[in-house]
Design a protein around this ligand. Structure first.
Ligand code: PGA
Length: 264
């Protein structure tokens, strides 16, 4: 399976000039090192405000674009102040959306019922879903990781049930990805061992397969303090199909170094 290396820029950078500089550096780096990066997909998720600008630069490149969120209220258009719909993303050429990032769960109180609506809205417009799941530090220490992830993953079972059966297989084979991000590893510099992540990914894979056998091929990527100096270790595990990178995605060089590790 070709790995996925995805940069989540969150609410960064602050100015349009910095955004343009980052995306220009990224395009330069990917072009000059293209042979070392062939074996992985590369994607970035700028802020909503910057999507159109970044899209204009990336359109002629192999770098894919994702949104950090999508409306739960409408897949198309309507009176929903502040929201952006899956149809609007699709129209702009944004092929993927990150759904259920732990920061959205924490600060915007997003739970499975809302996430399900977002996933269905994406599916109805052909926008891919990168569903983030992960346990808190307290859950990790209490040994509750798989229980928490199991609860978070029930949204996938509900999603499959509500997808149009005719389109479900095609959609889930190509447009669904799970990002395992232990909350305690995000932005902290603390990382679980590769063995721990591998075991968790095995659990996720088994749970997905129990919902639908097509999910045997769903990419399961890891996120949380991924840096150039630990990317190689994560890339060595067959269970880790890529990474979702926050801080280290804000410098083109470090992001490309991570992508190189996943392209071997
Ligand atoms: P980090 O963030 O790489 O800065 O830990 C990862 C994420 O939140 O997706």
């Amino acid at each position: 399976m070709k790995s996925w290396v995805i940069g989540n820029w969150k609410l960064n950078p602050a100015s349009l000039n910095e955004v343009q500089a980052l995306v220009d550096d990224l395009v330069d780096g990917v072009n000059t090192q293209s042979s070392a990066l062939e074996a992985c997909h590369i994607m970035v998720a700028p802020s909503l405000l910057h999507l159109a600008k970044v899209d204009a630069t990336l359109r002629s490149t192999r770098i894919k674009l994702a949104c950090q969120d999508v409306s739960a209220l409408s897949a198309t258009s309507g009176a929903y102040t502040g929201d952006v719909s899956a149809e609007q993303l699709q129209d702009l050429g944004v092929q993927w959306a990150i759904i259920g990032h732990s920061e959205r769960r924490q600060y915007f109180n997003e739970q499975n019922a809302i996430l399900l609506k977002k996933m269905l809205n994406c599916a109805s417009q052909g926008v891919g879903v990168i569903l983030c799941i992960g346990e808190s530090e307290a859950d990790f220490e209490a040994g509750s990781t798989t229980q928490v992830l199991g609860e978070q993953l029930t949204v996938v079972a509900d999603f499959l049930q509500q997808l149009d059966a005719v389109e479900a297989d095609d959609y889930i084979a190509h447009k669904l990805m799970i990002a395992y991000e232990p909350v305690w590893a995000i932005g902290t510099g603390k990382v679980p061992s590769v063995e721990e992540v591998t075991t968790v990914h095995q659990f996720i894979r088994e749970r997905l397969q129990s919902f639908n056998s097509t999910l045997a091929a769903t990419p399961i990527i890891y996120g949380g303090s991924v840096k150039p100096d630990n990317a190689q270790d994560f890339a060595a595990s067959e269970q880790i199909n890529g990474v979702l990178v926050g801080g280290a995605a804000l410098k083109a060089d470090s992001f490309i170094d991570i992508a190189k590790a996943f392209s071997k």
